[in-house]
Each structure stands twice: as C-alpha cells, then as structure tokens.
Design a protein around this ligand. Structure first.
Ligand code: TYM
Length: 328
C-alpha cells in the first residue's frame, strides 16, 4: 500500500527546547516508519524577524544536527533546509495571490509577534503562514505533526488549498494537523502560563536540548511551583502540572503511577527526580549530536541529498500548479 505523506517544519531561530522535542520532534521519529516524511529546517520563516547572519548559519546546522541526532533517518525521512529548495518561495508567492489579507489578520501568532515588534513588522512576518502553507502543499502532505500552537496555521493551509482548488481544479491535498494529546503545549519553567519558547528572553524558562546536566538541574530547581503541597496533576496549578506532564512524557508512566510515586513527597524530590529523568532522556541525543557534528561533511552531505530529493517532488508540484493557473 502507498504510504501517506507527512510534512513538518522547525525554525532555526535559536536553540531547540524540550517543547519542540516533546511537542514535535520525538513524535516525528516515532511515526516515521509508517509514513513517507519530509522534515524541513524553515530558514525562510526564520528571517521574517531580523537575524544575525553568522548566528543564523550556526543555528540552521544545529537544528538539522539535532533532528538527525533525535533519530530521523534517511531511510524514512527526507531532512532538508527550506531555502535550498526554491519552489517554497515560488509557491508562497503564488499562494499570496489567492489568500485574502483578512485571513492573515486573524492569525494569533502574527498578532502576538507583531505586538512585540510594532512598526518593524515585516511583510514577511504577515505572510508567514502562507509560506508555511506552501511548505505543506508542495509535498501533497496528508498529515502535519505539530504542537498545539500551529493548529491555526494548518487550518489556514487547508483553507488556502481549498480556495485554490476551487479556482483552478483539484491540485492540492487538504492536510490535517496531528497534535499530541499530551505534550502539545509544554509550558515555560519560570512562567508556566506561557508556552516554552526559543526566543524567550529569560533563558531559565526553557530547557534546551543541548543544556548540560548542571544547567538542567539548576533550571528545574528554580521552576515556579505554588504554595500547595500535594503533587498531583491539576490544570489549575500550571507550574506543578507542567513539571508532572514533562515527567509523564519522558518516563511513559501514567498519571496514577506518577501521583502514587510522589505521594507524601515534597517539591524538592519532584524537582530532583525530574531533573535526572530529563538529563537521562537527553543524554543519547546529546551524545549522537556530538558524534555527528564532529564530522562536518556528514551533515552537509545528508542535507544536500535531502534537498535533492525534496526538490524533485517540489518541482513536479510547481509544474502542476503553474499549468493549472495558465502560467505554463
Ligand atoms: P517552531 O519552530 O516554533 O516549532 C517547531 C515545532 O515545535 C512545536 N512547539 C511546541 N510544542 C509543544 N510545546 C511547546 N512549548 C512548543 N513550542 C514549539 C511547534 O508546534 C512545532 O510543531 N511555523 C512553524 C514552522 C513551520 C511548519 C511548516 C510547521 C514552517 N513551515 C510546515 C509545520 C508545517 C514554527 O514556527 O514552528
């Protein structure tokens, strides 16, 4: 039977964190054998806000290296960098021309990001979800595994595809977002009311995938809790709930087991246990990352093979799109 296609992307805007891992990357790895997959470092999305060129270059390699270290494997997954496949920009422009501005004005991520930037907001940031739609639609992806924050963007992608198909014929597959029931929104350690994020000014809010054991211990030690004593899952207590959710995701234990394990124990024990669980869970990934980035050529060659494979599919799609519109 023909495998369904999966596409997902990740920005190179800073260090990857536990939210990226639990909400996205480790699910990509877990499902890769079942599907035909494209995983993309979306550097063209990253430049929608100003980037230092040298840092950007380093970040692109770091993100790609971490995807491979996390277990994405060429036999099942095409891993590539977005800007290396020109069709992404081309389709984004075409889709800009079928997307009403009103649809983009409703995007909550744009509202949040543009509030911070005020007059500096670029046209690119506004059109960001259209580029994301182009990413997905180029590969005829059926499924888009993402964290909860990307749900609205994937729904917009469906709407754009539907509008295009309505005008020009059945060109695009309508994709569905795949959001994990637990882990779709990992919260910050200091501010557990907000999601853990790469660009968070306070580095203590996020556990980065390449943090040392000492950094992990110190960040978890300082994580916000509350004045209650009971260690139970409770949405009303975001700090403890978040720590327990991370524990649940990394150990695979169920909630009852975890609550029983911590019964009668204090927050200090929870934090110490959690820190060790995080350190041990990240250890294999960190070791593999060190190994594969020790050889510069390895990653470059892998990414260049990935771009070639992605390009073959993307060019065929652009051909179909442009023919359908009368551009060819
Ligand atoms: P990005 O780079 O912000 O995040 C990459 C993936 O990590 C998920 N994620 C989280 N999951 C749980 N808890 C968190 N705190 C958390 N923070 C991030 C995101 O939901 C995402 O799945 N616009 C996208 C990149 C993109 C894309 C695409 C995704 C570009 N083109 C096409 C899917 C398909 C973004 O900024 O992800």
């Amino acid at each position: 039977m023909h495998k369904k296609t999966v596409f997902s992307g990740i920005q190179a805007s800073g260090h990857l964190h536990l939210g990226n891992y639990l909400g996205a990357i480790r699910n990509w790895k877990a499902m890769q054998e079942e599907y035909s997959n494209y995983f993309c470092v979306v550097d063209l999305h990253t430049i929608t806000v100003p980037q230092d060129p040298i840092e950007l270059k380093t970040n692109i390699r770091e993100v790609a290296g971490l995807l491979i270290a996390a277990g994405l494997d060429e036999a099942h997954s095409v891993v590539f960098v977005q800007s290396k496949v020109r069709a992404h920009s081309e389709l984004a422009w075409i889709l800009n021309c079928v997307t009403p501005m009103g649809w983009l004005h409703r995007m909550t991520q744009f509202k949040e990001k543009s509030e911070k930037q005020k007059e500096e907001v670029s046209v690119g940031l506004f059109a960001y979800p259209v580029l994301q739609a182009a990413d997905i639609l180029l590969y005829d992806a059926h499924l888009v595994p993402v964290g909860a924050d990307q749900k609205q963007h994937v729904e917009l992608c469906r709407d754009i595809a539907q509008r295009f198909n309505h005008r020009y014929g059945e060109v695009f597959v309508l994709p569905d977002a795949l959001i994990p029931p637990v882990g779709g929104r990992v919260m910050g350690l200091i501010n557990p009311e907000k999601k853990m994020s790469k660009s968070e000014e306070k580095q203590e809010d996020s556990i980065f995938l390449l943090d040392t054991p000492d950094q992990i211990r110190s960040k978890i030690k300082r994580a916000t809790t509350d004045s209650s004593k009971e260690i139970v899952f409770d949405q009303q207590r975001p700090g403890i709930n978040n720590l327990l959710t991370i524990y649940q995701l990394l150990t695979g234990d169920n909630r009852e087991q975890i609550e029983a394990h911590f019964e009668g124990k204090n927050y200090k024990v929870l934090k110490e246990d959690l820190a060790e669980v995080v350190i041990e869970s990240l250890r294999p990934l960190q070791e593999k990352y060190a190994l594969l980035t020790g050889d510069n050529n390895y990653l470059d060659q892998l990414l260049s093979r990935g771009a070639e494979r992605a390009e073959a599919q993307a060019e065929a799609k652009i051909h179909q799109v442009t023919v359908s519109m009368g551009l060819r």
